[in-house]
Design a protein around this ligand. Structure first.
Ligand code: M6R
Length: 611
């Protein structure tokens, strides 16, 4: 995700804020910028690409200042370019804002602000904030930045961590947060702000972590924190004793673990703004007209690796919901196939990076048949996002670990929204399933938190699995799709041989491999096949395989399972999102015990841009 830093004190503020920004480079970004208050007033400098480009651009500026805010942007609204980079300014150029998060009602706010005479110079949601603050300042008899920021934020729906400078109060900055992290570093006659503790650790280990709804006035003397109504709140100071390497990973030993912990937030962000007050799905920004949607008579889901597995889950979901033929394909196979496609086929290309060579080739093939192409993609300026007819951006933020974890959850969330959206428009006969899933969506992040909290249990289980001679993941229906992803995760980071099988297939061959030393993980989350799964697991125990079972809370615990993992209960169609989390954790802890280089497994790359 984007990064924010800020500095107020005796050091050169611009270079200090920019240097601290470099500590956040690992998150990934596409542009960078800084705002500061010089004797000439508020100044802003921005550059596309790396922070070094910003440093070259600022060389020609008189950048002497004791206060500065800086930002690295990961595009969410508007393509990566200088005009869309932060900081954003108001019309008069006296207010500068940096922002992480998403302002859900920005389109409406922008329309209203434009009608009141404001002019916009970017495509971002963030710029609306600068204009809202400008209005609050203009309307006040005694303008004051904290009050103006608080009142502006009351008009905003969504998530934010913001830092604001105003030429009218040159010795302070105002910061606020809701659903996006922001901390204040307390130094000796200097104050720092950042979206991540890492960025201030060179200067101070004394940190205040802001909570949702906090808005703080930061001066050289300290921080005064209030809620949005202006009532004072006290926040404890935290003394940070992390070492530098752990700090970059938010205190975790590896990016993969950090990213698993970010899963619930990723899902919350991908859902943000997508459900209307009536509870329907809002994907109107896809740009697919009602006529085009009505004409769709077939859906093809295409991806590679984890993205393909997200497609395997979605195939079943789409079929259940829209009652039309749905296919799922591995992109490297599809690109050399002789597909049956026409302008009424919706081809959904799924990719975290948006640059995978095989997925791009499949996209181009589909386009050559005039099919409707839709990219479900995490990187907004990527080739897939640019070349597909329509795009649905997942909100996972940069994923650094080669093993895809939070991006998979974001893909499943986006595909769930897409399935519901198509069904709402064209399949009234599945209305009751649609509402069951829609109702459950808002609880998903909370259930996912409960799944992440299974980490100690998965750590304990990993001791047995790490010694296994091989691992099978068995499931039926949605659980088979999850089994595929669980096996891939374990293989790619722990180098332990793992296979996924539809549970009913074991007796047609693979059961011959079950012997002492083999672990069989049974995914038993589906109501209709629960009893069948129990029988399949008995067949394993009879051959002395060690059985691990995953079941929803309240289900009968399989008597032959050596370990049973209980998951929150939710509609069957959403269980894949919950079930994969403990299995990602299991893969992580097994790899840790086997001493593998978890974030960069041998022979693999994060983005596979060659065939
Ligand atoms: O960037 P993409 O989503 O297109 O990448 C697809 C696969 O290369 C990727 O999911 C890969 O399988 C991961 N290493 C799995 O963890």
């Amino acid at each position: 995700m984007c990064g924010i830093t800020g500095y107020l004190g005796t050091l050169p503020a611009v270079s200090t804020a920019i240097n601290n920004l470099k500590r956040l480079e690992y998150r990934g970004y596409d542009s960078a910028g800084v705002a500061f208050i010089s004797p000439q007033g508020l100044r802003v400098c921005r550059a596309e690409g790396r922070i070094v480009n910003l440093e070259s651009a600022i060389k020609n500026e008189q950048a002497q200042s004791s206060v500065a805010i800086a930002h690295t942007r990961w595009a969410t609204h508007g393509v990566p370019c200088e005009a869309n980079s932060h900081p954003h300014r108001d019309c008069a150029g006296n207010v500068a804002v940096v922002h992480n998060g998403i302002i859900e009602n920005y389109a409406q706010l922008r329309q209203e602000l434009t009608a009141r005479g404001h002019s916009f110079s970017s495509d971002t949601d963030t710029e609306t904030l600068a204009h809202l603050i400008e209005e609050q300042l203009a309307n006040a008899t005694q303008p004051d930045l904290v009050t103006a920021v608080r009142d502006a934020l009351k008009l905003v729906h969504g998530s934010y961590a913001v830092a604001v400078l105003w030429a009218g109060m040159p010795d302070c900055m105002v910061v606020a947060r809701h659903d996006s992290p922001l901390i204040i570093g307390v130094g000796d006659s200097e104050m720092l702000i950042a979206s991540d503790i890492t960025a201030v650790m060179k200067y101070t280990r004394d940190v205040i972590v802001l909570e949702d709804g906090d808005c703080a006035l930061v001066t050289r003397e300290g921080a005064t924190i209030c809620n949005l109504n202006g009532d004072r709140v006290n926040r404890n100071h935290l003394s940070v004793d992390w070492d530098d390497t752990a700090a970059e990973k938010g205190g975790h030993a590896h990016f993969m673990l950090k990213e698993i912990y970010e899963g619930p937030r990723t899902v919350r962000e991908t859902l943000r703004g997508r459900l209307t007050p009536e509870g329907l799905v809002n994907l109107n920004d896809l740009g697919l007209s009602a006529e085009r949607i009505a004409a769709i008579n077939r859906v093809c889901l295409i991806g590679c690796g984890t993205a393909y597995h997200a497609g395997v889950v979605a195939r079943r979901f789409f079929e259940q919901l829209i009652r039309q033929p749905v296919e799922v394909h591995v992109a490297s196979e599809y690109r050399y196939s002789d597909p049956i496609l026409d302008e009424n086929t919706l081809v959904v290309l799924i990719s975290q990076s948006g640059e995978t060579a095989d997925t791009m080739a499949a996209l181009r093939l589909a386009r050559s048949y005039n099919a409707i192409t839709l990219g479900v993609v995490n990187v907004i300026g990527s080739s897939l996002a640019r070349e597909a007819d329509a795009r649905l951006i997942t909100q996972a933020g940069p994923e650094i670990g080669v093993a895809s974890t939070k991006a998979y959850l974001a893909q499943l969330t986006a595909l769930t929204l897409l399935g519901l959206y198509l069904a709402e428009q064209r399949a009234p006969e599945t209305a009751s399933l649609q509402s069951e899933v829609r109702r459950a969506l808002s609880s998903l992040p909370e259930w996912l938190e409960q799944c992440v909290a299974l980490a100690p249990q998965m750590d304990a289980l990993s001791a047995v699995v790490a010694e296994s001679s091989g691992v099978f993941f068995l499931g039926r229906g949605y659980d088979y799709a999850t089994a595929l992803e669980a096996a891939l995760k374990l293989k790619e980071i722990s180098y332990l041989h793992a296979e996924a099988y539809p549970a009913g297939e074991m007796k047609h061959g693979p059961l011959a491999l079950v012997e002492p030393g083999v672990t069989v993980v049974g995914l038993c989350t589906q109501r209709t096949t629960f009893d069948k799964m129990l029988s399949n697991l008995k067949e394993v125990s009879a051959r002395s395989g060690a059985v691990v079972a995953l079941i929803p809370n309240g289900q009968q615990v399989p008597e032959n399972a050596e370990v049973t993992i209980e998951l929150p209960k939710c509609p069957d169609a959403l269980m894949p999102m919950l079930t994969i989390v403990p299995l990602q954790l299991l893969a992580y802890y097994v790899a840790l015990r086997r001493g593998c280089p978890i974030d960069q497994p041998r022979n693999l790359a994060k983005s596979v841009t060659v065939e």
